[in-house]
Design a protein around this ligand. Structure first.
Ligand SMILES: [Zn+2]
Length: 141
């Protein structure tokens, strides 16, 4: 609620409201519809108007409006298609991510297998050395 412009009182009551159409001032386009409320101050009795709301209207040729609306429909459709495309790409990206992770696991497994093979050949090498040492030891006995 507005304050009284004379005494600053907040307790003002609307008495009536009306609508005015304001023609464009120089350099402006369109009309402005103003909803104006009349208020009365309960303290000092001052009556004053206040603009409650404004609605601006542009005058557009029907053809132009139709063309704008059909453009808008086209843009909305394109936007929907793009949204779907983005959704598909996100799914593909997730799939790729999963594949990459799977491949990384597989290459880890291969690396470990190679290591196991190396360890196995090292173990058999040690066994051979142990056998040789045992043979040498038995000869010394
Ligand atoms: Zn007042």
């Amino acid at each position: 609620l507005p304050n009284c412009p004379k005494c600053g009182n907040k307790e003002v009551a609307p008495t009536r409201s009306f609508t005015v159409i304001v023609e464009p001032s120089k350099g402006e386009r369109g009309m402005t519809e103003r909803r104006v409320g009349m208020y009365t101050c309960s303290k000092c009795g001052t009556k004053f108007p206040t603009v409650i709301s404004r609605q601006k209207y542009l005058i557009v040729a029907e053809e132009q409006l139709n063309s704008i609306q059909s453009d808008l429909t086209g843009v909305k459709k394109e936007n929907e298609e793009l949204t779907q495309k983005v959704g598909r790409m996100e799914r593909e990206q997730r799939d790729l991510q999963a594949t990459v992770e799977r491949n990384a696991q597989e290459s880890d497994v291969r690396r470990l297998e190679t290591k196991v093979e190396q360890l196995q050949s090292y173990v058999s090498h040690l066994r051979k050395e142990k056998d040789e040492l045992e043979q040498r030891a038995s000869r010394l006995r």
